[in-house]
Ligand binder design. Structure first.
Ligand code: NAP
Length: 291
């Protein structure tokens, strides 16, 4: 069993990006600029945005955080998005999801200009991904593809099961794994809450990618001997022994599953850092496209 070390992989990516920024600024260019829009005070969202700002600092990007209280109107948020779309000093921006219930998430996604949609959520970018055209691929699936690529994990002809079908993780992940390419060329099954015989479906997977948000859902009897297992899940559970008062728990029962796997991600600290590195890659790409 080998651990897929997303932390060091993402560190390597950050170093590569930082070098490119050094080259850009040495040639007289300005650094790439990422904006994060944060609505409300959800602990996890605050944390994700703080980490994205820190990542930008590490690679010498400019970053700006735009904050709104929970009660900001949908109109005001859409107005801000229009402003960010038009601002030439900004290469890419994200609106940290979820937004409060009175704001239509789809309206938010549709309002973001595709050329600045570094989260890769808008229809044009999702469509381009489906067609294999240049695009911004949603950061988590993109990060997982990069992880598979950097570890030279064979995916061609393999049975890949993606557990979860969200628009931001499961569905694009399944599309990418089934597309022609390396990684890719896998035979993909998308499983979800209505899938029957889930245990049987999962235990057929050479590559099992899990993104459902249910702690330790995937147990050893659902995993094929020698499988590659990627755990995307991150659920906060209370933990008094931590300063933060919580810890993140994945969707895979790591301790009991690990010995069956050829490769496995750690419960935390693998897909998360790769996701963040992907956002930086997308921002750099957005910058380069605007030159
Ligand atoms: P989501 O939008 O809630 O989607 C969850 C998916 O899991 C749905 O497709 C749902 O099926 C399926 N599901 C739920 N319960 C199931 C069950 N008992 N059996 C089979 N399928 C089930 O979640 P998401 O945004 O994709 O996120 C999934 C997890 O990944 C969360 O823990 C999230 O925090 C984490 N995440 C981590 C990162 C990272 O960077 N590490 C990034 C994004 C997300 P239905 O469609 O049938 O309802």
């Amino acid at each position: 069993m080998k651990i897929l070390d997303g932390k060091s992989c993402s560190e390597q990516i950050r170093q590569e990006i930082k070098q490119q920024v050094t080259d850009i600024t040495a040639a007289g260019g300005r650094p790439p600029h990422l904006v994060a829009v944060l609505v409300g005070h959800d602990g996890a969202s605050e944390n994700y945005v703080a980490m994205k700002v820190k990542d930008c600092e590490q690679v010498d990007f400019d970053s700006t955080t735009v904050r709104y209280e929970d009660d900001v109107s949908e109109a005001k948020l859409l107005e801000k998005i229009a402003e960010l779309n038009a601002d030439d000093s900004i290469d890419g921006f994200i609106v940290q999801l979820p937004v409060p219930k009175h704001i239509d998430e789809n309206k938010v996604i549709l309002a973001i200009d595709a050329s600045k949609d570094v989260d890769g959520f808008c229809p044009e970018n999702v469509g381009n991904m489906m067609l294999g055209l240049p695009t911004f691929i949603s950061a988590t699936p993109n990060g997982i593809m990069e992880l598979l690529r950097r570890y030279n994990i064979e995916t061609e002809g393999k049975n890949c099961v993606v557990l979860g079908r969200s628009n931001i993780v499961g569905t694009p992940m399944a599309m990418l794994m089934s597309r022609k390419g390396n990684p890719g060329n896998a035979t993909v099954t998308i499983a979800h809450s209505r899938t029957r015989n889930l245990k049987e479906v999962c235990s057929n997977a050479d590559i099992l990618i899990v993104a459902i948000g249910k702690t330790k859902f995937v147990t050893a009897d659902m995993v094929k001997q020698g499988a590659v297992v990627i755990d995307v899940g991150q659920t906060r559970v209370p933990d008094d022994s931590r300063k933060s008062g919580f810890r993140n728990v994945g969707d895979v029962d790591f301790e009991n599953v690990k010995d069956k796997c050829s490769f496995i991600t750690t419960t935390t600290g693998c897909v998360g850092p790769m996701t963040r590195a992907s956002l930086l890659q997308n921002t750099l790409k957005a910058y380069q496209r605007r030159q």
